[in-house]
Design a protein around this ligand. Sequence first.
Ligand code: ADP
Ligand code: MG
Ligand code: MG
Length: 909
Amino acid sequence: MPDHAVQQKFVYDFTEGNKDLKGLLGGKGANLAEMTNLGLPVPPGFTITTEACKAYLADGETPPALRDEVSAHLDALERKMGKRLGQADDPLLVSVRSGAKFSMPGMMDTVLNIGLSDESVPGLAQQSGDERFAWDSYRRLIQMFGDTVLGMSGEVFAAALEEAKRAKGATSDVDLDAADMQRLAERFKELVREETGRDFPQDPREQMELAVRAVFDSWNGERARLYRRQERIPHDLGTAVNICSMVFGNLGPDSGTGVAFTRDPATGQQGVYGDYLQNAQGEDVVAGIRNTVQLAELERLDKTSYDELLRIMETLETHYRDLCDIEFTIERGRLWMLQTRVGKRTAAAAFRIATQLVDQGLIDEAEALRRVNGNQLAQLMFPRFDGDLGADENRRIGWGIAASPGAAVGKAVFDSYTAVKWSRSGERVILIRRETNPDDLDGMLAAEGILTSRGGKTSHAAVVARGMGKTCVCGAEELEVDTKRRCLKTPRGTEIEEGDLISIDGSTGKVYEGEVPVVPSPVVEYFEGRMHAGADDADELVQSVHRIMAYADRVRRLRVRANADNAEDAARARRFGAQGIGLCRTEHMFLGERRELVERLILAETDAEREAALKGLLPKQQGDFVELFEAMDGLPVTVRLLDPPLHEFLPDITELSVRVALAEARKDANENDLRLLQAVHRLHEQNPMLGLRGVRLGLVVPGLFTMQVRAIAQAAAERRAAGGDPRAEIMIPLVGTVQELEIVRDDAEEVIADVERQHDVELKLTLGTMIELPRAALTAGQIAESADFFSFGTNDLTQTVWAFSRDDVEASFFTAYLEKGIFGVSPFETIDKDGVGALVRGAVEAGRATRPDLKLGVCGEHGGDPDSVHFFHEVGLDYVSCSPFRIPVARLEAGRAAASDTTDRPRPD
Ligand code: ADP
Ligand code: MG
Ligand code: MG
């Protein structure tokens, strides 16, 4: 039996941890330990583990062993520093800093100067020779402690500070002297008493313990929970707490504090980037109370510290092999490192940095590929505002949440009706609402972009806009939307009225007045073949993308095809790297002027009438296929036979009813309209999604599918005669049972054989099915007996597995589901691995068991979603198919999946 008496270790000295222990020590603690062990100047301290936090949260009290361990570590720290926590004549002070595995806004952050009390302020003054500093540090402690530990509002302290400045006629806190600071500290203590009914704790150890508990508790704070839900961070990780001995940047002009990056996080360029603030304590830099100077200025202020900082930055970059960001403090000419981590960066910088590090020999190509992702690539593919020309800060009127990327320009409209009306007359509009709801859908569809003043990343506007691929900025709170007066008020007092031009940037969240010029993305120019990576004018970004894509293509196992219905899309898809078409929908071939033929088909009363209608459609379809096969010559093209319910090709039921009623009133009834109306009534369905569509249509409308098969076969024969290499695959939609497939297959084979005889050619057409119904997935083993390939239709499969009608549910209750954390992300965006994904996995296994050479792909929109692509790689599909614009993303992610895959599966040829 394991010995439970072996105590779990709850506290690690900075010398004991390392950067790989983020789960246990949190990101901040793990990196403080790593820097300590690299020999960098880190103020000594220790980390309380996430395990201790979990134990505290489970039991509601700190584990008994924790107190003892903290005492032991505090003892050791005191011995090292030669002073005791809060010691009256020379107090050791510490910061209590939260730090989870993933950095998380919404949690308590940090309390500085823990250990100070009425008793030890004079000691600190004496030791530092600076009375003002001592009182300033004390009032900061009371302020931060009141705010974050005692749950007071920070505003009461801010107001008291303002009051003190006013009394003195001072503009900045540096103008307050020691006596002012002392009075302020006293005032702050009174505030604590008034607001919390208790005194500010004078016992240093009690201060520390209360702060530690507050960090633990903040893990379950409302904002922290919400953030975790949205970012899909598990709730059971807990946070670590770092106790770090204080160093002081507020000891005079030879002290200060700053932040730095080892490279420019916006461009990836190496250089000196950061901000520095003289005579200030940590949080002042971010709080923006005084103006910082650029880091390069530090060279003039304190060359020794500056040189050392640059050396350390180089050490860190080489060690982490990545861009790092850094917090540091200089205390009387001595540099201290307070934090580092692998820094966030823009999408463009991510690609640039990855290839730069390869060139520096720090990482290999596989690692470079792992360090970028499809979402970043997608961001680089949106057109953007021309930074040189107009997107300058003067024209910026607001800044909201970047909810759905892209750059959109249009006339301001404030309701859905106007959006639709104006866009019909050819205007580009931006729909502006306080927040959107399902009634705004038409307007959102009609608009170039959507702007709201309320709501976050999971608000209705954000979710629906992302689903539509529309640019959206939401939660631009400083903008006041007045829907009654139809105008938008900016903080500066300007008003944007209906019809005024406005520009929104969904990638940054910025809102501009007027028209900001839009430039195409250089990355798209490159994919389009209009810019070559080797050319002189190709910028570094394009070269980086090119290199990383080339590597991804080399290692990926999944092939990437396009969902494309016409030659133009097919050609673009091919330029973007598509290796075939995974889904060609044929329904558009029944629209426009061909509608009349479809009506005749539906209304046909005799075989002869029906055949005549089909005969009319045949050459038109054939023509479409010829073009498509030509555009994709030599590559597979999967053609799906007609899928949607027939009523979609008939006139709208209300419109037609009105027309017929009016005609009857005029005693001028049109025979054809009457029959049409009857047909519309006959075909009307309560739930068209679950009705007469897909293979069911093929089975009940005689001659429909065989006409389509004939058009495909004849088009292939025509291409062959012209010296082409057509590779058509015929796909049957909505199959639920193998019997359906068998019947269609027998008919199709007869037609194909007939065409082959007539043209004296062997066409090598294959025939397969979509797997998009749960029953099909569950009986995939049987279905595979009649199918050469499966293509998972994950859109319908998601709809049928969840019993969600996508068009209805996304707009109605998905926002609520996302907010409640029922989903982290819509199952239509990223495949639901546990439900829908389990069916896919099962069908792959059963299908291959029946037919080892079964070809497997996916043609739902998930085929272009990064997470889903990894899943499809893992279950062993042969290809994914997605919209032409998503192809580069799918190629990249397929490469990343392979580069992270440790199992060795052969690549298909
Ligand atoms: P956050 O996670 O919000 O960055 P930190 O724990 O890093 O919180 O601390 C907030 C600020 O206080 C930072 O500027 C940090 O550098 C500074 N700080 C934290 N601990 C100390 C310390 N022991 N001495 C001096 N400054 C500190
Ligand atoms: Mg920090
Ligand atoms: Mg479908």
